[in-house]
Design a protein. Sequence first.
Length: 330
Amino acid sequence: MDSMDRTVLETAIEWLAAGRRVRLVTVARTWGSSPRPCGAWAAIRDDGQIAGSVSGGCIEDDLIDRVRKGELGGTRPELAHYGVTHAEAARFGLPCGGSLQLVIEPAPALEHLQALCALLDRQRRTVRTLDLASGAASLDAAGAEDDFACDERQMRQVFGPRWRLLLIGAGQLSRYVAQMAVAADYQVFVCDPREEFIADGPLPHTTLLREMPDDAVLALKPDVHTAVVALTHDPKLDDLALLEALKSPAFYVAALGSRGNQRKRRERLALFDLSREEIARLHGPAGLWLGGRTPPEIAISILAEMTACKYGVPISQRRDEPTGGATWGG
């Protein structure tokens, strides 16, 4: 699995390398309700094939039709507005009152997109700046506060993960959690000092750390854009990570295990220099109770809870396990 932005980029590169013409279409501004956020983009091939989405609906159909008719040509970017009136919003399937502005880039350079892809391969968070008058594009390192921006002169897109996830343990469940997190645009680190748990090789698009978990947490310096999830079932490893992560600003700190094991874990953590408030930050059992039993299903539950915490959505779900139901992995 991979992020939607990365899929659009790689598809555009593939098409351009094959000699096809490609238009890049990016959501520049939105008003009212909009199906896709600013920065969402799509690539449209000269025959109407499309990768990505700017609305998830009829706007793509209109863009494809215009490309097939030979429109949206030229060499310089142009702006397109959809949903300016209620009638147009209804025509293009936008929510009531919603409208958006698109930047259409008719001639992206293959070498430029390849350079962007190479930076992302090296986990470099990158700003792509498009001059709206000339169509020239440049790449620069992104700062911590950089975000999408567009005005009458230029559009600045930020590529690469803004969010980070540290997984403790390189077992089967970690592979599923990592795959889903990469797809959700996280930069994923997997920490496991145990030789026997990396027999399947490194996880794609992740960084394997071989130091002890507490050292890995300290080196990562978790901030408010970082999550730490302990998945080994080995208190000697999981607790080491949690002792440091719970003292950090990490937005989500969680550990796998049954409710009974979580009670014992909290008792152990209380013996160290953690306050009651810090221990209360621990999400355990990790994930929402969805009734899942398989590693992919449990991974979905962890990503669901992590996503809610990421966006500050209150978790009101009853967390007690049903009598006789599956446990959270022991």
